[in-house]
Design a binder for this molecule. Structure first.
Ligand code: HAM
Length: 428
């Protein structure tokens, strides 16, 4: 029979990598609590219309990458490719814009995009994200970027570049788009087919093209820079965001080509990048999306947010630090020699649990040599051996894995000794 394997572009996450995930997830939850962004868990699938209207019909996500299917009731549903449109859908559906318009959300979980898989690009991947809805102030953009920066630093990531841009607003964006189209039309024949098709329909997408010769044309001197077209309001907004970040010792680089792959952005867009992951260099990104609510049927609800790719963060962390540092090891390895030993150690495990001492209980059908090796592999500090003899004498054999010292201890003194040793290890 043919072996059943993982679907392409997905992966199992388990021992030992899962410990790095716990490290990242714990920091995200802690920072969310400090900044008082409250978790929202939206469904893994939504009505297809949400993403078509929210993310934009012209985007790669909607045109090529969605997992869309008809359910048994004939409704078109889509596995969520991102989290912002679902959060806004939930906010509007629950009428927060009427009752409690200023909301701060965070989320963490799987997203789905039918992309060509490679390192750091998956079909099922995970994001954590933050959304501040109902805030017009540029300080909200700055808070979101600051929060992202704090999280990356606390995770332990280094050498991250923050790029920022503004896409203008309803007032100034049309003039920019006209100038951009003129620039692109003048060189239409030299662009790849994809780009030339987009010149009239969605010229900003051309800036995202990965094709080297398209990028060469775009990086010519006559390329219109959006900063020269921003209205006073957008320019003040951008300067304000950058000013706050600078005062917090965060130094963004303005990248006028940073348009991002989703159509809901206006004003601020930003991305966090690394040089260490090859082509998949964005480890997070976001921006302001004051038009998203309009696309979903309610006018003028401002919002700003960001999302980070967890697989890419983990890959980078594995490159930049010693993965072993994140492993959660058992302090004690419990090794029964026979059935009576199992009985003794199972009861001991309850006491260890009550004293919050982490342990690993193995079972007796292996040799002592195997258990020593296993305890070593798990990096346990102590091994406790028990069999018929220990059962009769109400003792345990305790071995310090580091010093090799082995002694027999009575059941009454063991927990006190272990608690002391565990506190010492925790404090070092
Ligand atoms: P995005 O740039 O499409 O933005 O995705 C955010 C991050 O998710 C990327 O920077 C990348 O790290 C990760 N990512 C995206 N696609 C993949 C993939 N196929 N495999 C692995 N990682 C991936 C958004 O999704 C917006 N919703 C962000 C946002 C929130 N804007 C405002 N609020």
């Amino acid at each position: 029979m043919e072996k059943i394997t993982l679907p392409k572009g997905t992966k199992d996450i388990g021992d030992p990598e899962i410990f790095i995930w716990y490290h990242v997830e714990n920091i995200v939850r802690k920072e969310a609590a400090h900044f008082h962004y409250i978790e929202l868990r939206t469904p893994l699938f939504e009505q297809t219309e949400l993403f078509a209207r929210g993310v934009g019909e012209e985007t790669d996500i909607v045109q090529k990458e969605m997992y869309t299917f008809l359910d048994k009731g004939g409704r078109s549903v889509t596995l969520r490719p991102e989290g912002t449109a679902p959060v806004m859908r939930s906010y509007l559906e629950q009428s927060f814009h009427i009752h409690n318009p200023r909301m701060k959300y965070f989320y963490m979980g799987p997203m789905f995009r039918y992309e060509r898989p490679q390192a750091g690009r998956m079909r099922q991947f995970h994001q954590f994200g933050f959304e501040a809805i109902g805030f017009q102030s540029p300080a909200a953009d700055a808070e979101i970027i600051l929060l992202a920066d704090r999280i990356y630093k606390k995770i332990g990531l280094k050498n991250i570049r923050l790029e920022i841009n503004s896409l203008g607003c309803k007032k100034c964006k049309p003039q920019y788009l006209e100038a951009l189209k003129n620039f692109l039309r003048n060189q239409a024949a030299q662009f790849c087919r994809n780009c030339s098709n987009r010149i009239e329909t969605n010229p900003l997408r051309v800036l995202d093209c990965k094709n080297a010769s398209c990028q060469n044309i775009l990086h010519s001197e006559s390329f219109p820079i959006i900063q020269n077209f921003l209205c006073d309001d957008c320019l003040t907004h951008q300067n304000h965001v950058i000013g706050i970040l600078e005062s917090a010792q965060i130094h963004p680089v303005i990248n006028p080509y940073l348009v991002r792959g989703l159509d809901y952005y206006i004003k601020t867009t930003f991305e966090m990048k690394t040089e260490e992951l090859g082509a998949q260099n964005a480890i997070g990104g976001g921006g302001r999306y004051d038009n998203l609510s309009d696309a979903l049927g309610v006018k003028g609800i401002p919002g700003v947010g960001f999302a980070a790719g967890m697989e890419r963060i983990i890959l980078l962390l594995q490159k930049q630090s010693e993965s072993k540092a994140f492993f959660q090891k058992p302090f004690i390895y419990l090794s029964p020699l026979d059935q009576q030993g199992e009985d003794v150690l199972l009861r001991l495990s309850i006491v260890l649990d009550e004293n919050s001492i982490p342990f690993h209980l193995d079972f007796s059908d292996k040799s002592l040599k195997y258990h020593f090796k296993n305890a070593q592999r798990m990096d346990a500090s102590f091994i406790i051996i028990a069999g018929e003899n220990e059962y009769q004498t109400k003792t345990y054999t305790l071995k310090n894995m580091l010093s090799g010292e082995q002694k027999v201890v009575s059941q009454t003194t063991l927990i006190g000794d272990l608690l002391e040793a565990y506190q010492n290890v925790k404090n070092t």
